[in-house]
Design a binder for this molecule. Sequence first.
Ligand SMILES: Nc1nc2c(c(=O)[nH]1)N[C@H]1C(S)=C(S)[C@@H](COP(=O)(O)O)O[C@H]1N2
Ligand SMILES: [Mo]
Length: 348
Amino acid sequence: MTQPVGPGRLPPNQALMPAHRWPVIGETEPRPDPAPWAVTIDGLVAAARTWSVAELRSLNWRERRVDIHCVTRWSKLDMVFGGVPLLALLAAAGPSPEARFVRFVARSTRDHASSLPVADLADLDPLVALTVNGEPLPAEHGGPVRLIVPGRYFYKSVKWLERVELLAEDRLGFWEAESGYHNVADPWKEQRYVVRDLPAHKVRALLQSRNFDGRDLLSLACDDMDLTGLTARGALLRNASFRRCRLTDADFTRANLSNACFDGANLRGAFLRDGDAEGASFRGADLRGADLRGTSLFGVSFMPEPHEDPAEIPAAVVDATTRVDSDQLSALTDPQARFLKTALGQQR
Ligand SMILES: Nc1nc2c(c(=O)[nH]1)N[C@H]1C(S)=C(S)[C@@H](COP(=O)(O)O)O[C@H]1N2
Ligand SMILES: [Mo]
């Protein structure tokens, strides 16, 4: 069941996850480490401080109702997180005047991290969270302790927080550096990605070759083009736009298409296998004969959202020749899954 959402609760181009679902995004567990859990604040502070989880529990406990918005276009409203305000911990450590950024480091095999400007902390009021909806945070969702940053895309909310470092200069976090995620991440301004600027002549040559194999083409814009037979195997096409393109028989095997837009594109017979299409949009796209097996479809939209005009944004053309594994349906919001299931059953 999707509960009705009042106006102004969902940032642009976000859709609600059903209440009972909370996907695990990115890392699924912390780095194995026998050391007891502790959160340390260091860097440009008067006195570095460390708190054990038990100590955190005994500090200024606060419960906070937070709406979470993932950059891959799903949101969950009214999550209640419990923990200690980051500002209370910072006050105890005493940031130096030259500390302008705060970096959050996870107990993670890849040293997963993210950062915020110190100047934004008073407004955002992040929480060092230990519980969700009254229960301890499950490990896959960042337990025993994660950061919650209200008012930012959820990638700023680092799971398995163990270090808070005050810095004079910013250091890009994991997603911000690796995936072109926007360093501010305000969902109300749709600050999802930075735009990678390729010189126009390079873009032209690339489009003429119709070969994107293995290329990093974040946010590439190629609306309204004839790209029949394009090969884009393993290409990084996050946030790319292919609106109304001819992409018949295109090969996007193992491509990263998260948040890409294929609205109105002709994808008949295209291979979209074994890739990542989280948050992508296929509204009005012709997907007959297309193969999406093995591709992650979290938050994908195939038909207009309730607030959109179906005359302007029609539903995708999907039938029994479109190939999707049944377990991929569970990654969709309820209305999208219902639409796809019905359409897949149609013979033509
Ligand atoms: N340590 C760590 N924290 C992380 C990530 C990660 O991969 N590793 N992914 C981020 C992203 S992109 C999102 S959307 C949220 C997902 O949190 P969830 O798995 O609890 O839904 O965690 C964020 N924090
Ligand atoms: Mo995310």
